[in-house]
Design a protein around this ligand. Structure first.
Ligand SMILES: Cc1ncc(COP(=O)(O)O)c(C=O)c1O
Length: 428
């Protein structure tokens, strides 16, 4: 049996950094990544046979845990029928209908294969529909690795962005306005300055890529109002929050708090594929009719609406609609978050935590941060020590302080108790 270290060394010879997505390399926390051999419910088992309680869940998709029998059966059946045809299938309609039933802000969706592809297409659609070039994004929100979205704020108010990656040209970043999350004054100023040129604003309603930071209600309300006033589209990136924070996703949560609230374009991924490569973007018909083959905005994909992925997503969406599903998932997540707060309080550790549905975040900070700068004031060394102590105790948390965590329906009270016992020792 090869060890994690041996596998990592072998991987690093043939795959840059030994991984196919950077955060898997444990660079933020140090140490050797675990190579996962298999998953069982709320647990993952590594190449050395060690078992972990999994709070990553493939970064969100595995809301039912690993190997849910109904999903497994749907995937087996679909795989036997054929992997891919490059022609339409009935299951794509079923999945689209299922998503639209749960998200009333959309009349139509287009299925794609990754969140990156979905957000990239949503921005193109917004630009095509409005005939405008610029758009707003917020520091700390991640929307995939499209050039125009790999951009950070310049110095000063409402300046245009600077690339955060080599290989992104200043030209690709030039139309991206990067603002601080939850900063209403800055948002007002940016719209006053660029309003007529803005195609859209894209936002994670609950940001899961700077750990877990909610858009405040005044911020989200201002965003909606300013987009409408200036003829820009509001794009909610629900790749992470979609069908994860509740059955109606984060937009239902904000619609309950802000009268008349709805996004113009929504982007989904992760849960709608149940762990298979599948994502989607959707809007009202008037916006979606700009897409090819109806309109002039081109977008396509060989594997879009893949038969096996749609079967996996559909089976997952059907499970999460069963009565009481989100009540139970939310209660389990709250049990974890409240437990962690209590353990931290016992030990006098500065700590704050938040959750919604099956998504949570915790900070080694006394107050919940409201933006990226505040998140990054976390004591990194302390977080890394905590992460490794938890990992050694069989609890697999996200290997970076700026990532959210995920609880699945397969997590039991015993899993939470074991996690809290590990935290009690780790937080000392
Ligand atoms: C909010 C959000 N948008 C977009 C993406 C990109 O999705 P993908 O990794 O499937 O390309 C992610 C990925 O984590 C995400 O969290």
């Amino acid at each position: 049996m090869a060890s994690n270290t041996e596998l990592f060394e072998r991987a690093a010879r043939v795959i840059p950094g030994g991984v196919n997505s950077p955060v898997r390399a444990f660079r933020a926390v140090g140490g050797t990544p675990r190579f996962i051999a298999r998953g069982e419910g709320a647990h993952i088992i590594d190449a050395e046979g060690r078992r972990y309680i999994d709070y990553i869940g493939s970064w969100g998709p595995m809301i039912l845990g690993h190997g849910h029998p109904a999903v497994l059966e749907a995937v087996r059946q679909a795989a036997a029928e054929g992997f891919s045809f490059g022609a339409p299938t009935e299951r794509e309609i079923e999945l689209a209908e299922e998503i639209l039933k749960l998200v009333p802000s959309m009349d139509q969706v287009r299925l794609v294969s990754s969140g990156t592809e979905a957000t990239m297409s949503a921005i193109r659609l917004a630009r095509g529909a409005t005939g405008r070039a610029k758009f707003i994004k917020f520091e700390g929100c991640y929307h995939g690795h499209t050039d125009a979205l790999l951009v950070k704020a310049g110095s000063g108010l409402a300046t245009f962005g600077h690339p955060t990656s080599a290989g992104v040209t200043p030209g690709a970043a030039a139309d991206t306005v990067v603002l601080e999350y939850n900063n209403v004054a800055q948002l007002e100023a940016a719209f006053a300055q660029h309003g007529q040129e803005l195609a859209c604003a894209i936002v994670e309603p609950i940001a899961g890529n700077m750990n877990f930071v909610r858009a405040s209600v005044p911020f989200m309300a201002a965003l909606r109002r300013l987009c409408t006033q200036h003829g820009a589209l509001l794009v909610l990136d629900e790749v992470m929050t979609g069908f994860r924070v509740g059955l109606g996703s984060a937009q239902a949560h904000y619609a309950a708090l802000i009268p008349g609230f709805a996004p113009d374009i929504s982007v989904f991924g992760k849960v709608i594929g149940g762990g298979m490569p599948l994502a989607a973007f959707g809007a009202k018909r008037a916006v979606m009719q700009h897409l090819a083959p109806l309109g002039g905005v081109y977008q396509a994909g060989t594997l879009s609406g893949n038969p096996v992925a749609t079967a996996c997503g559909l089976a997952t969406l059907r499970e999460i609609q069963k009565p009481g599903f989100f009540d139970a998932l939310s209660a389990r997540t709250r049990q974890l978050v409240e437990g962690l707060k209590a353990v931290a309080a016992e030990n006098g550790v500065p700590f704050s935590a938040d959750c919604e549905g099956g998504m949570f975040g915790f900070f080694l900070l006394p107050e919940l941060p409201q933006n990226y700068t505040a998140v990054m004031t976390t004591d990194k060394e302390r977080f890394n020590r905590f992460f490794h102590a938890m990992l050694d105790a069989g609890v697999y948390l996200a290997p970076a302080l700026y990532e959210a965590g995920f609880v699945s329906a397969a997590h039991t009270g015993a899993d939470i108790d074991a996690t809290l016992a590990a935290a009690r020792a780790a937080l000392l």
